[in-house]
Each structure stands twice: as structure tokens, then as C-alpha cells.
Design a protein around this ligand. Structure first.
Ligand code: TYM
Length: 334
């Protein structure tokens, strides 16, 4: 039976990229009645420096973002990673399965470590092993993510395969990445060749889930575009990254295909399309930011939800971890 797992880092705020590439699709998987497990990966966040108070706040705000996006803690398991020790425990085993050469090839490590690799944390290097543990400690079969996580999910498959081969077992599943829809890679509003990201120094490059209606409208009005009118089919967007990005965002927000959107708006100028996009974005995002603000007024309720989720998560992870230790040859006598 399918089991979905995915995670988001509580570092900085949520962007429209996180919402369309991840949260919105997490809620859809839940509403299809599949077993869904969603995690705020605080252990991943500290692979780069996090101020402790900011981390606490970001974790709670992310939890509010999950719930406001339609994740129901009664239907999905929702928790923060550090409360379920099995993640870190399985990650250690995977540190001993994965090869240095595999991790050396990870483009996200190269990007995040930058030129000063000697000064990157060991955790940043081993990051993908913990991510594999997040998924495999539940024997999850499907992982909805944005395009940027694809390489990490391939590594997860490699780790599962090597573990199964090394120990001659058929224990860990070979996970399917689920990278679908019009918004698997939402781009910067200022530069169609860069991913929309919470770490971009320019706030105008992204829409934050906490932005108010005026801010959203202003950012869309100022978004980079080209001077041409919109094409009437998707082939016409091929060499127009900024135009393509705005149409993709529209399609994902409206739950339409790109071709269906272009059938409506083909021939329009951006001066006409941008206000349509703003209106749609505000209509879809304002209720979420409003609900996030409401939930943040009672952080003890958020903490309670995360604690309950952690207990449910542990109940699944514990026996899988115990079996893993047994396969590896660790004595379990209590
Ligand atoms: P993170 O926290 O960077 O992003 C969370 C999710 O949002 C997606 N995303 C985007 N999608 C489309 N367009 C964008 N511009 C955009 N920016 C972010 C990401 O692809 C991701 O799905 N390593 C992961 C967190 C993680 C995880 C896991 C994910 C830890 N363990 C296990 C899946 C399974 C990360 O840093 O995502």
C-alpha cells in the first residue's frame, strides 16, 4: 500500500514555491485518502546556523503553514523531526552505507557550501543521508517534492538498493519521487533562470506566504517579463522563462493545465495578465496567511499537535528501526 512522506525545512519563511511545489500537493495527497506523513525537518535546518529563537518560531510558523494549507492533523501525521529520534538513528546507519563519492556529487551541497567547503558543517555534507532516513524509516513509497529535490531522492534509492544488496535482504522500498504539475520549479520573479527561494537576498524575487494583498500585487506588477504578448499554446513559452514562470504560477494556483490557461489568455499583454494573476494569487493565498496568523496566536496548541504527531510517527518508525538494527547485527536485548 502506498505511504507518502515529505518534509520542509523550518528555516526562514514559506514561499509560493514551497506552497505550489509542496504544501498544496501534500494536501491533495491527504485528500485522496492516502496515508500521509509530513515533517518539519528541524535537524536539517541546523546544517547551517540557526538562531535558536528564530528556529522555534519558524518551526511553529511552518506548522501553521501546513495546517492553513489544508493538512489536517487528524488525517495526516504532522510533526517535527527532532521529536522522533528514529530519524537520526537510521541516518547514522545510512552514513555507513552511503559513499563519500555519492555525496560529493550532490549539487545542493556544492551550492550551499559555496567556495568555502572546508568550513561547511559535516551535517551539511551528510544531509542527504538524513533525508533518506526520513523517508525510509517509514518505508514510504511516494515522496512529493519540487524539482530541486530530485537528486536527493535518487540518492535515497541508491541507499535503499545498497543496503538491501549488502545485507541480502528485500527490506527498504525503492521510493518514487512525485514531481508533478505546473509548478515543480517556481522561478524568481526577478530572474527567470533562478529558483524562487527563501534565501534570495531580494524580497521582491519571491512571494512569501505571509505577504499581504498589496505586497503580492506590487511584486507581481514589478515581476520581470518580456515585451511580447502571451502565446496561445505552451510551445510559445519555450524561450521565455519569465513569461513561462508567471503562466505556470497561474495554472498551478487555478488548478488548470498551462494549455488551458493559454487558451484563455493567449494574445493578452502582461499589462492585462498581471492584474489577473495578482487577483488569483490574493484570492488563493490570503485565506492561508490569515489562518496562519490566527494559528500563531496559540503556539501551545501547535506544540500539542506536533507532540501528538511525533507519537504517531514513532509508532511506525520504531519497529522499522529495530528491524534495521537486527539486520545489521546489533544486539537488541531489552
Ligand atoms: P525545502 O525546505 O528547501 O523545500 C520544501 C519543499 O518545497 C519545494 N520547493 C519548491 N518547489 C517548487 N518551486 C520552488 N521554487 C521551490 N522551492 C522549494 C522543495 O522541492 C521541497 O519539496 N531537503 C528538503 C527537505 C526534506 C525532505 C525530506 C523532503 C528533508 N527530508 C524527505 C522530502 C523527503 C528541503 O530542503 O526542502
Amino acid at each position: 500500500t502506498p505511504r507518502v512522506f515529505s518534509g520542509i525545512q523550518p528555516s526562514g519563511g514559506l514561499t509560493l514555491g514551497n506552497y505550489l511545489g509542496a504544501l498544496k500537493r501534500f494536501a491533495q495527497a491527504q485528500d485522496r485518502g492516502i496515508e500521509t506523513i509530513y515533517c518539519m525537518v528541524d535537524l536539517h535546518a541546523i546544517t547551517v546556523w540557526q538562531n535558536p529563537d528564530d528556529l522555534r518560531r519558524a518551526t511553529r510558523e511552518l506548522a501553521a503553514g501546513f495546517i492553513a494549507s489544508g493538512i489536517d492533523p487528524e488525517k495526516s501525521i504532522l510533526f517535527n523531526q527532532s521529536q522522533v529520534a528514529e530519524h537520526a538513528q537510521l541516518a547514522w546507519i545510512f552514513n555507513c552505507v552511503a559513499r563519500m563519492g555519492w555525496l560529493n556529487r550532490m549539487t545542493q551541497f556544492k551550492d550551499k557550501a559555496g567556495k568555502n567547503r572546508e568550513n561547511a558543517s559535516v551535517g551539511l555534507f551528510a544531509y542527504p543521508n538524513l533525508m533518506a532516513a526520513d523517508i525510509l524509516v517509514y518505508h514510504a513509497t511516494h515522496v512529493p517534492v519540487g524539482e530541486d529535490q530530485k537528486q536527493h531522492l535518487e540518492l535515497t534509492r541508491d541507499i535503499a538498493t545498497k543496503f538491501n544488496n549488502d545485507f541480502g535482504v528485500d527490506f527498504f522500498p525503492i521510493t518514487e519521487p512525485v514531481i508533478e504539475g505546473a509548478a515543480t520549479r517556481v522561478m524568481s520573479l526577478r530572474d527567470g533562470s533562478k529558483k524562487m527561494s527563501k534565501s534570495d537576498p531580494s524580497d521582491a524575487s519571491r512571494i512569501n506566504m505571509t505577504d499581504d494583498a498589496d505586497t503580492i500585487a506590487k511584486k507581481i506588477r514589478k515581476a520581470k517579463t518580456d515585451p511580447d504578448a502571451l502565446p496561445s499554446e505552451s510551445a510559445g513559452l519555450a524561450d521565455r522563462p519569465e513569461a513561462k514562470n508567471l503562466v505556470n504560477i497561474y495554472a498551478a494556483l487555478a488548478d488548470q493545465t498551462v494549455d488551458a490557461v493559454l487558451a484563455d489568455v493567449g494574445g493578452k499583454q502582461f499589462s492585462e495578465f498581471k492584474p489577473m494573476l495578482s487577483e488569483l494569487a490574493v484570492e488563493k493565498l490570503s485565506p492561508i496567511s490569515g489562518e496562519m496568523a490566527r494559528l500563531m496566536q496559540d503556539t501551545s496548541e501547535i506544540d500539542r499537535i506536533l507532540g501528538l504527531g511525533a507519537s504517531k510517527a514513532s509508532a511506525i518508525a520504531r519497529p522499522i528501526l529495530e528491524k534495521t538494527y537486527d539486520i545489521v547485527g546489533m544486539i537488541r536485548s531489552r
